[in-house]
Write a protein that binds this ligand. Structure first.
Ligand code: XUL
Length: 514
């Protein structure tokens, strides 16, 4: 029997990752390539879609070469990508300007206009089940209309980043429900474009691509794309997903009760929902999941691993020299120190709002804090307080998920991302949540791995997404230490009382710094 493979691409903000995965769900070749990020003004972020395509074609060639897989045996292509970005195309499908990205902040004014036109926050939630975050695609389209009217006049199609790759691969304009959910113009409840809101905003409906379910085949690789990528002409290209959704599919998060914690620069708390749930107050993001009839809820704390990295970069010269001396990684040295402190860091707390916050508090003015410092504290306690503070932020997001439906109980916690590589951080996660935590094989590869699984479903290797994630293999298991429960519960309570007290003071500082 001929072996079957899938190839998948994740088009991220710092670079692109491409994988070949076999029918046992093993990654048999991986390749990454970076590309530039442009910041023409403070708070603006842009990338050139031509760089994405170049990196995709080159890394596809590289993994095919490395793995020696015959391209004829690649059953399908999976796509994952940074969400919310806007790629504007003209009538000949030419790129009109650089893409505006998910973390661009230029659209505050347009977001306010959208909320007004929708008839207020509550009404907007009725249309899309989500708040209008400045990163979402909708504000970018209105910004283009107001600020670059000549370009807007030529606009015929708007695509999200991964869907531009689909166009280059297949010649088709298409998207799927998870990425479309992050445009701010999608009726997440009914899994279709929100025609009413699009019309109210005066945006022509036909600039949006046809929307599929994530595992549907949306087209096949053209002759030209085959020449550029090394793929076989006619290989099916499956819908795929927005990165923060599809990476959770790679963690098996398609059922209520399985909680996912991802510790990258940002920290993401996510869960699959068995039915649509109203996002009351709009503090969370509720999107369509990659599995049909399943929804995805998540909350993003912006500076999770990012806080720890900032601390390492600015305050850990001694640890860096010790790491060089003992031929260890600097994080290992920092963790040995943090382990020598104790649960609760001797009464020291850290608020990880170094770059403002999105969830649990949507507040651009919030800032980081060490609270409770005394003469007793040593540096190791500060290191540990950062690890614990990030976990408290994740626990607060989980509490918001619980409020969506009080029947939700955690049965399992799956952790992924760079932070899940640390045994100490996994132990702190397990202790703060007082639950067993697991890491899974493959999920460290992020969105690209989820995209490979979804592609495998679309081209018939696995029957369904449920079937694909049933086979995910556990890599590590960490048990909670019940002896830490009281300390962490008490410290968490104090932690949650800090932001409400500081919120007006944050505003003062922010205004002063403007
Ligand atoms: C999700 C989000 C990010 C981007 C970039 O809402 O803003 O995860 O998808 O990776």
């Amino acid at each position: 029997m001929v072996k079957k493979y899938v190839i998948s691409v994740d088009i991220g903000t710092s670079g692109c990752k491409t994988l070949i995965v076999d029918e046992n769900q093993d990654v048999i070749a991986a390749e990454t390539m970076e590309y530039p990020l442009y910041t023409p003004k403070p708070g603006w972020t842009e990338q050139d879609p031509a760089d994405w395509w170049d990196a995709t074609a080159k890394t596809m060639r590289a993994v095919i070469h490395k793995s020696s897989v015959n391209p004829e045996h690649i059953a399908g292509v999976g796509l994952s990508g940074q969400m919310h970005g806007m790629v504007p195309l003209d009538k000949n499908a030419g790129v009109l300007r650089r893409a505006i990205l998910w973390n661009d902040q230029r659209t505050q004014k347009q977001c306010r206009e959208i909320v007004d036109i929708a008839g207020g926050e509550e009404n907007l939630l009725r249309y899309t089940n989500n708040k209008m975050l400045p990163g979402y695609t909708a504000g970018k389209i209105l910004w283009l209309k107001e600020e670059e009217p000549e370009i807007y006049g030529k606009l015929r199609t708007v695509l999200n980043p991964k869907d531009y790759l689909r166009f280059k691969l297949t010649g088709e304009f298409a998207t799927e429900v998870s990425d479309a959910s992050g445009t701010g113009l999608f009726d997440v409840k009914n899994r279709r474009w929100c025609d009413e809101l699009i019309a109210l905003l005066g945006i022509p409906k036909d600039i949006f691509p046809r929307c599929y379910e994530s595992a549907d085949v949306t087209g096949v690789v053209t002759k030209k794309a085959a020449e550029e990528t090394g793929l076989s002409e006619g290989t099916p290209v499956v819908g795929g997903g927005g990165d923060s959704v599809i990476q959770t599919t790679g963690m098996g998060l398609i059922k209520e009760g399985i909680l996912g914690l991802t510790l990258g620069t940002a920290g993401i708390v996510a869960m699959g929902l068995g039915s649509f749930k109203a996002n009351i107050g709009g503090k969370l993001q509720v999107f369509c999941n990659n599995a049909p009839n399943i929804w995805h809820v998540m909350g993003v704390t912006l500076t999770a691993g990012g806080s720890y990295q900032w601390y390492k970069n600015n305050f850990c010269e001694g640890e860096k020299s010790r790491a060089a001396q003992y031929k260890k990684n600097v994080y290992e040295i920092m963790e040995d120190d943090a382990a020598a402190s104790e649960a609760g860091a001797k009464g020291l707390l850290f608020l990880p709002y170094l770059n403002g916050e999105r969830c649990p508090y949507p507040d651009a003015t919030a800032r980081g804090v060490f609270f409770g410092l005394s003469l007793l504290h040593q540096k190791r306690d500060m290191t540990r307080a950062i690890l614990e503070g990030v976990q408290f932020s994740l626990r607060q997001i989980f509490q918001l998920i619980e409020i969506l439906d009080n029947k939700i109980k955690i049965s399992e916690i799956i952790v992924s991302g760079g932070g899940s590589q640390s045994a100490l951080w996994r132990q702190i996660q397990s202790d703060v949540f007082q639950s067993q935590v697991k890491t899974l094989k493959g999920s460290a590869e992020g969105g690209a791995y989820g995209a490979a699984l979804v592609a495998g479903v679309g081209c018939g290797i696995w029957e369904s997404i449920e079937d694909a994630v049933n086979n995910l293999q556990v890599e590590t298991e960490t048990q909670p230490n019940p002896g830490t429960k009281e300390t962490y519960d008490r410290m968490y309570e104090i932690y949650t009382s800090l932001y409400p007290a500081l919120s007006p003071i944050y505003k003062n500082l922010y205004d002063f710094m403007q």
